[in-house]
Design a protein around this ligand. Structure first.
Ligand SMILES: [Zn+2]
Ligand SMILES: [Zn+2]
Length: 235
């Protein structure tokens, strides 16, 4: 179901059928499907070989189920994702959806796809929700049902990037709700929550709690990129 027309690779401008060429995927997305560089299923952080789960997730298990991340939010993906989000580039979404699909591997069990929402004010300013653009292309490719109007976000919080996880959690509390008319769509379902970048995981955690409060059986988190720990260089 992927619509593959030749386009320029987003990283190197070579012609490719999928928006990101194979040499760039091999060189810039190491570990995309390689079992020797696994990520923590709780938070998407890369793990040392042989480790099942990071210490933070071991101690404080997240509200959601497994996290799938394609790449680290580091060179060259950080600049690419910033331009995608802030540079009015919704047409890059199909390539990013394919990148995420690669990380997901074989088709997932029956599930429903929703994006992390923007507030109505932020959506009006930006013109598109970058998470929904990825989510809807991914859902079309995987032939899964998807909706943008399930989760609602009452406010966008300024300056989130500078806050630590605890501060973000407190400020995010109660920010997400499931639209009352969409509760039947969520009830008893496994829901995949899609975002472009996973930073502290606080947003995914709060959005997951809202989906579960509305009756979702399980919430998986799918993100194109994960912010690496501050002490770690680019992958
Ligand atoms: Zn390339
Ligand atoms: Zn973890």
């Amino acid at each position: 179901m992927w619509n593959l027309l030749p386009v320029r690779c987003l990283l190197c401008s070579r012609w490719t059928a999928q928006g990101l060429c194979e040499p760039c995927l091999r060189d810039q997305a190491p570990g995309l499907q390689a079992p020797h560089r696994p990520r923590c299923p709780g938070c998407g952080m890369r793990l040392a070989a042989g480790v099942q789960r990071c210490v933070d997730c071991e101690r404080d298990p997240p509200a959601h189920g497994d996290v799938t991340v394609a790449v680290d939010y580091a060179h060259p993906w950080d600049r690419l994702l910033q331009r995608y989000k802030f540079g009015n580039k919704p047409e890059w979404a199909p390539a990013l959806a394919l990148l995420l699909a690669r990380a997901l591997g074989p088709p997932a069990p029956p599930l429903r796809v929703v994006p992390v929402p923007l507030s109505p004010e932020r959506l009006a300013l930006r013109g598109y929700n970058q998470a929904w653009e990825v989510a809807r292309h991914l859902a079309r490719g995987l032939q899964l049902p998807a909706r943008a109007d399930v989760l609602q976000r009452s406010v966008d919080l300024p300056g989130q990037a500078e806050q630590n996880r605890q501060a973000r959690l407190q400020r995010l509390h109660g920010v997400f709700q499931v639209h009352s008319r969409r509760r039947p769509w969520v009830m008893g379902q496994t829901v995949a929550l899609v975002d472009d970048v996973l930073t502290t995981g606080a947003t995914a955690g709060e959005a997951s709690r809202a989906l579960k409060a509305a009756g979702a059986r399980e919430v998986l988190v799918w993100a194109v990129a994960r912010t690496p720990p501050p002490d770690e260089g680019p992958s």
